[in-house]
Structure formats: structure tokens, C-alpha cells
Design a protein around this ligand. Structure first.
Ligand code: MG
Length: 387
């Protein structure tokens, strides 16, 4: 067993990590999505991690990469199988911080793989302790999280169909993906949404899609539609342009691709590049590091938003427990894919959404189990690594 600072009896009393099963999965999606920086069609690929402890507890985690943003599924599967598993197997389940530090030392980058590991650890530890994951993160800051649905269909008519459907379910927040086609198309869609859906909480996300050259002029056009925030208009590396836009615009500017880690968040706050930030466990590499980002943002007066990648309900649940424990993530979340985007989710019950809100689970661990038949059906490759 690796050296650690716990008394062996105390740490071992929750069991040790006995096996990791890494599954590279492909999940069919209902419609193509156009995000400017990358198109998604056919299916999304994720890595599902199954952790088994010496006491027979099973914890689940998910790595949801996007090749143009954080990484790839095959690289995250390799990171878990070849580098992280040998570094963490045999460790006490209770030692989550030390186990995550060991995973970080074993392989650089791959934040999605590390998020999968920490999700599985906290799921198992929560089940072992008989408490939901948010309890392990400091307790409950909110019981429900307002849900935002993203509009990114190449055909706007399909987006309007989706919007009508989610409105019937009580959803009142929409994020329009902009900067993909031309500026006139963005303005036409915003006008239509404002006319047809008055009262909608409307946000836009450029996914770095604007050239800095005339970004300010275009965003002033967008401001006329009273959007709640403008997300990542220019490339992540353009810190000065982000800071200029944040100062010049009345509408809050949200940083996504610009802020992965606590270091990024600290620099973003020092340079005042944003008024709000998208906090994602797939960027930070775990739930506790996501809370760190949210806390640094809070200290700088920067509000948090619960972003995600192309995820199943497993990663949505991890994000939900994290946001449940994060007072500063006040702008809602976008955990809509499991319910409205995937053909089928991997959870054994519907991801919990009521009246346009994600409902924070109260059952131990993540609060849900995985449908093993559906998981097997969607698995492209699988490998188990055991002590
Ligand atoms: Mg974004």
C-alpha cells in the first residue's frame, strides 16, 4: 500500500481501491450541433469509469472530452488504464485528496480522466458513508439548479422545435450558439427568439468564434437583445481583448475556454477578463478543484455558471453535486444533454429535472446507478485493471 499520512486503521476502514474498469463508449445523438469551433454529429464518445473497492462498493465516473476543447476519449482511456490506475490502485478509498494528487503526478493534463476518477471515488465514498456526494463537498448551498438548454442546430427550425418542447417542461433559460454562420444569422435568430418567447432568459456563446478586429461592434448589436451574458466571444489566448470587451460592454462577459484551472481563474480575476465564469469539472479535473475555481471567482466578485461538455447523466450528476455545494455558482447549469440530446442516457432512471430545474439528489453517492445493459450496448472497448 502506498505511504500516506493517515493512520492505516482509519484510512483502511473505508476500504481500498481494488479495480478500475475503463470503457470507451459511443452514444448516438438526436441531431447535429454546430459550435463553430467544432461540429458534433452521429454520436459522442465518452469514457465511463467503474471503480470497485475491497468492500465491494462500486463507484461510477465519466470523462467527457471534446477534441477541439479539452481532449479525446481514446487519450483519456489510455490515461486511466496505463498511468492513473497503477498509481491509485491499492490506496485507501477515504484518501481522496492524496489519490487525486497521485493521479496528477502520474500523467500531465487529461482533466476529464481525473474528473472521472474523482467522481468514482466520491460516489463510492458517499455510498460507503451513506451520504450524497454534496455532503462530502461541504454541504448543501442549493436544492435545485435552473436548467439552460443550448441551441446549436444548423437548422434553426429544429432549434425552435426543441425550444417549444423544453418550454413545456418549464425550462426558461436558453443559450444560443453564435458566431458559427454570419452575424446577420445571429441577429435574425435573436430577434425571432425575443419576439416568439418574451421573458426568456437568453444567453449567447461564441465558443471563441469572433475575430477580435470588430468583435466590440458586433457584440454591441447583440447587447440590444438584452442577453444575460455573452460567453467567450474571442480566442482563449486573447486576454487583453477579453479584458477590453468586459470593460466596454454593459452585458456581463463570461469566460469559458479562457479558464480551465485555479491558476487560470486567478489570472482572469487579476486581469479582469470577465464578469462571470463557466465552471466545468472536465476543465478543472475534478469536483473539488471546480469548487476551488468557484471560490477564487467569488473572492473577485465573479459569478459562476455550471457548464458542461457532451455528457451522459453520470457526468451531469457529478456536476450537480459540485454546484449543489458551490454558493457562487448562481447562474444555473446546462445539464440538458442526457434528457434532450442523447438518444439514450446511461443512468438507470431519468436524470432528475423538474419544472426547468435540476433537482439535487439525496440518495447516497451520486444518487443513481448505471444501466449495465445500455452501457454494454454502447461500449466500443473495455479494459479492467486490478490490484
Ligand atoms: Mg462555452
Amino acid at each position: 500500500m502506498p505511504a500516506n499520512s493517515f493512520s492505516p486503521r482509519l484510512a483502511a476502514s473505508f476500504g481500498t481501491l481494488e479495480a478500475l474498469t475503463v470503457r470507451h463508449c459511443a452514444l448516438p445523438v438526436r441531431r447535429p450541433r454546430d459550435h463553430g469551433s467544432g461540429t458534433v454529429a452521429g454520436n459522442v464518445e465518452v469514457v465511463i469509469l467503474e471503480l470497485r473497492t475491497s468492500e465491494g462498493v462500486t463507484g461510477w465516473g465519466e470523462a467527457s472530452p471534446w477534441a477541439v476543447f479539452t481532449g479525446t476519449a481514446e487519450a483519456n482511456a489510455a490515461a486511466l488504464e496505463r498511468y492513473i490506475a497503477p498509481a491509485v490502485l491499492g490506496r485507501p478509498l477515504a484518501e481522496v485528496p492524496a489519490t487525486m494528487a497521485a493521479a496528477s503526478r502520474a500523467v500531465v493534463g487529461h482533466p476529464e480522466a481525473k474528473a472521472a476518477l474523482e467522481t468514482a471515488l466520491l460516489d463510492a465514498l458517499g455510498q460507503r458513508a451513506g451520504v450524497p456526494v454534496w455532503t462530502l463537498l461541504g454541504g448543501l448551498a442549493r436544492e435545485r439548479i435552473p436548467l439552460s438548454v443550448s441551441l446549436a442546430d444548423p437548422e434553426f427550425a429544429a432549434d425552435l422545435d426543441l425550444l417549444n418542447r423544453v418550454r413545456e417542461d418549464g425550462v426558461n433559460i436558453v443559450k444560443l450558439k453564435t458566431g458559427v454562420q454570419d452575424h446577420a444569422f445571429d441577429l435574425t435568430r435573436l430577434e425571432r427568439l425575443r419576439v416568439d418567447f418574451p421573458g426568456l432568459d437568453l444567453r449567447v456563446d461564441y465558443n471563441q468564434g469572433l475575430a477580435p478586429f470588430d468583435a466590440l461592434r458586433r457584440l454591441r448589436d447583440i447587447e440590444a437583445f438584452a442577453v444575460t451574458f455573452i460567453e467567450q466571444p474571442v480566442a482563449a489566448m486573447l486576454t487583453e481583448t477579453m479584458a477590453m470587451l468586459a470593460t466596454a460592454l454593459d452585458t456581463p462577459l463570461l469566460a469559458d475556454e479562457s479558464v480551465f484551472s485555479s491558476d487560470d481563474m486567478l489570472r482572469a480575476a487579476q486581469n479582469r477578463i470577465c464578469d462571470c465564469v463557466s465552471v466545468k469539472i472536465m476543465k478543472t479535473g475534478g469536483l473539488r478543484s471546480a469548487l476551488d475555481v468557484a471560490a477564487i471567482a467569488a473572492a473577485a466578485g465573479i459569478a459562476g455558471y455550471g457548464g458542461d461538455m457532451f455528457e451522459t447523466g453520470i457526468a451531469h450528476l457529478a456536476g450537480t453535486h459540485m454546484i449543489a455545494a458551490a454558493p457562487n455558482i448562481s447562474l444555473g447549469c446546462e445539464f440538458y444533454q442526457a434528457s434532450y440530446y442523447l438518444e439514450h442516457d446511461l443512468l438507470d432512471a431519468p436524470f432528475p429535472i423538474e419544472q426547468g430545474h435540476v433537482v439535487v439528489p439525496v440518495a447516497p453517492g451520486l444518487g443513481f446507478a448505471v444501466d449495465r445493459d445500455r452501457l454494454a450496448h454502447n461500449t466500443l472497448a473495455m479494459r479492467e485493471v486490478a490490484v
